[in-house]
Design a protein around this ligand. Sequence first.
Ligand code: F6R
Length: 607
Amino acid sequence: MCGIIGCVGREDTLDTLVHGLSKLEYRGYDSAGVALSEAGDDEADGSAESEGSLDVVKCAGKIDDLRTALEGRETSGPVGVGHTRWSTHGPPTDANAHPHVDCTGQVAVVHNGIIENYQALRDELSTAGHEFRSDTDTEVVPHLVEAGLREGLDMEEAVREAIARLEGSYAIAVVVAGEETVFAARNDSPLVLGVDDDATYLASDVPAFRDFTDRVVYLADGEFARLDAAGWTVTDAAGEVVDKDVETVDWDPEETGKSGYDHFMLKEIHEQPRALRQCLRGRVDELGGAVDIGDLGDLSPTGVQFVAAGTSYHAALYAARLFREAGVPAQAFLASEYATGVPPIGDALVVGVTQSGETADTLSAMREASRRGARTLAVTNTVGSTAAREADHTLYIRAGPEIGVAATKTFASQLAALNLLSLATAESGGRDVVAALRDLPGDVQTLLDDSGAAEVAAEFVDAGAYFFIGRGYHYPVALEGALKMKEITYKHAEGFAAGELKHGPLALVTEDTPVFAVVTGDDELATKTVGNVKEVEARDAPVVAVTDGQSDVERYADHVLELPETHRRAASVLANVQLQLVSYHVANELGRSIDKPRNLAKSVTVE
Ligand code: F6R
């Protein structure tokens, strides 16, 4: 989704902004722009008032298009903001790209989120003579600030008054010609400061400035930030200074580079052993089989509702099964549907599973649960995220930064963390699971070292559609396999509970539709899934068995993707890695934009 960068105090402001925007590309965007403000000469030497200048350059397209648009322009200024836009109001055009300016071109604004009452504000401002140049909701903001400045308010007062008029979600940053200040505000959309001795940064996500500082200050809803030559201040809606903690991010900037891989997605698939080790470190006693997730271990829920979206929803489906297996009633809900009919909560624990911690649908479901008195827990990858700050409890999955839009290592880490949650709060014993978790990083590495997925992908790159089937813990993996395939190859893919095939989807199965069947172990579930594989094989569909070789599924399969033998819960993680690789290689053969698939955003901050 949209990305914001701002900085004050550097000599190379423009380069810093463009660098920051390139680091936010992973969020998904369709246009980009920058605005730089500079005090007038007279004011700069302190002798007199001066209007100063404001340079705005923006365009539809990629950061490289913005670089081209900037070539030869004398864009300068010690203070600036930049933006990557992911269209919501109006198509991706130069005019709709941010920053947006007021009638005079003296106020520039970048914004993430949605201003719900923008139409009423726009009508009011148009009647008052303001001229609009874009279709966006954002453009009302510079005009509101302009109106305040005309009334004689100073920049901060004018921005505060403008913000007070807005309904909806926003992270907003404002620069005004002649002011060497960035003023920013947040409500329901992430905003974080990066602080250094001689410069201050502002961004929607840490990677935007992580190359310059590791010290961060997370803004909360309703807070304002002022960045100027003196440093930074955070205030509340009443203007009172808020005492903020400066935190240190513990990941290396190198982690946000490709490290020699062609794509972030492939790098992140290969990072799974490390991500899993980080997730498990210090939390499992490998000898005794005990699990320690700190105070969370005392939660002892009598019922659990998971809320999540997309890949995280698949992790939630898996997690609900974990708790049900432990005898605790548990259900997974699509976060976007949760609020449409919230089920009775009682004293259930409501768990938001969200790698970014910023998904609007998931936040909204968690808030609804809180309003109804439920205890909430965020299972997230992102320290300081909204979900982490708003939930009563947080369990970090510790996967490290994930840049590829398609979630890969965070899914594996979610499954591991959710196993820990269930072991610590609901299950007794579980030595076999702990042992499987302990071995999981090594097992994933074994699989990655000798996968076979690239050959299978090459075989089926022209397939008409791809189907994925699994039972039990492997059913969410079938759904996830299909989602990954859709996202990055743009081809039709569906995941089914293996037993459901014969209730309709079998009609779609032909010799042109490979079916990926996840079958592990040799228990009843495996036997039944092998039965479903036979149904597929009888219809001449190519079968790819993703298996540990314990059942006889290989007899009915055209190809086999091997898994190390392990507990079935861990086998789901392993099977998913094979399916991630198949999708990656199909997409690569097709020349797709793997790290930034069309129309998609990494962090979906609108409902
Ligand atoms: C798929 C994907 C999305 C996210 C979904 C929720 O690869 O990345 O489906 O899983 O948008 O995101 P989070 O986990 O950040 O809440």
